[in-house]
Design a protein around this ligand. Structure first.
Ligand code: ATP
Ligand code: MG
Length: 310
């Protein structure tokens, strides 16, 4: 299958600084790719290169197989994008904005307007002036605008920036429908990994212009499960620790009246049974989970500072 987007060794140099450094990844139809990284990591610059807003210094970008540099018209015909804030006319209604943008794309885009308005859940407010819209509504109208040309690749640069939790859920629901039902490939950037947790299939973590992790969400949740610790409060913690080391080769840490050990959910019952069988009394059990946010900072901190000077 030809990826909706394929990026190979993409690099951008500003002055003497590599702000995007040898980035490669692909996004396939029906897939939501979360492009995550701290401020200044290079997300927007990468997105601006994909959409032809700024030229790449080197490397290759293909959209549905078309090279962005050599075949821009064909490549960009397959893209819908909202970069930073959607560009809207505040004194016009949402509908007038959509009609104006549909003019760029022709009759087909006009015939899609009502379906798109429904999809983004704006039927009740589409006739109101954009200046009366909340930030969430403006973002949804921006997405509607980006959908007019029936893109195969939808690119959203920080669409949840400044949205309240409700607004984030609304955007998330819209994007899931677009990926699942319309089989769109979607790139969504954010500096907040936790915000993308329930939305993305794949996460690309960018720092100092380089992709430092590229993982499926499933791999990330497995990693979090692997790092889970369980705390057992019991009467003989040192003895319990010795028992578990001998029987299961588990290394545990004793703190006060507790032992803490790395343990997946499905093994907790076995440990309880064994310790009880050995006459250790368990008074309390607590799961100690690493949050996605902690994992994110761990991955960023383990990234070696690179010389970004060319
Ligand atoms: N036109 C430009 N000229 C010079 N440097 C630039 C230009 N545009 C971006 N940069 C620099 O490139 C780096 C990456 O910026 P970019 O906007 O791509 O980051 P980002 O990941 O989108 O960050 P944010 O989360 O703040 O949006 C930054 O150090 C920025 O200052
Ligand atoms: Mg940005």
């Amino acid at each position: 299958m030809i990826p909706a987007l394929s990026i190979k060794n993409l690099t951008k140099v500003y002055g003497n600084k590599k702000v995007v450094d040898n980035v490669s990844f692909s996004v396939f139809s029906g897939q939501i790719f979360g492009f995550v990284g701290p401020n200044g990591a290079g997300k927007s610059t990468t997105i601006r290169m994909i959409t032809g807003l700024t030229p790449a210094t080197s490397g290759e970008i293909r959209i549905c197989g078309y090279n962005v540099e050599h075949n821009f018209k064909h490549a960009i015909d397959n893209v819908g994008a909202v970069i930073e804030m959607p560009q809207l006319y505040p004194y016009l209604s949402g509908m007038a904005n959509l009609k104006l943008f549909a003019d760029f794309h022709g009759a087909k885009a006009h015939s899609r307007i009502s379906k798109i308005v429904k999809l983004v859940g704006m039927e009740n407010r589409i006739k109101d002036r954009v200046s009366t819209y909340s930030l969430g509504m403006k973002q949804r109208l921006g997405i509607a605008q980006a959908l007019l040309n029936k893109p195969k690749l939808l690119i959203l640069d920080e669409p949840t920036n400044g949205l309240d939790p409700n607004g984030i859920v609304e955007i998330r629901n819209i994007l899931r429908i677009l990926a699942n039902k319309e089989h769109m490939a979607i790139i969504i950037s954010s500096h907040n990994l936790a915000e993308l947790e329930q939305l993305c299939d794949v996460i690309g973590l960018i720092n100092n212009g380089r992709i430092i992790e590229h993982k499926t969400m499933l791999e990330i949740s497995n990693e979090l499960a692997d790092r889970q610790r369980v705390q057992f409060q019991c009467n003989y913690p040192n003895y319990a620790a010795q028992l578990l080391k001998k029987k299961y080769q588990i290394k545990s840490k004793v703190i006060g009246t507790s032992i803490i050990l790395p343990l997946r959910e499905n093994n907790i019952a076995t440990i309880i049974s064994y310790l009880t069988y050995k006459k250790v009394k368990i008074y309390g059990i607590k799961k100690i989970q690493k949050s996605l946010e902690e994992l994110y900072f761990e991955m960023l901190n383990s990234d070696r500072p690179s010389s970004s000077i060319v």
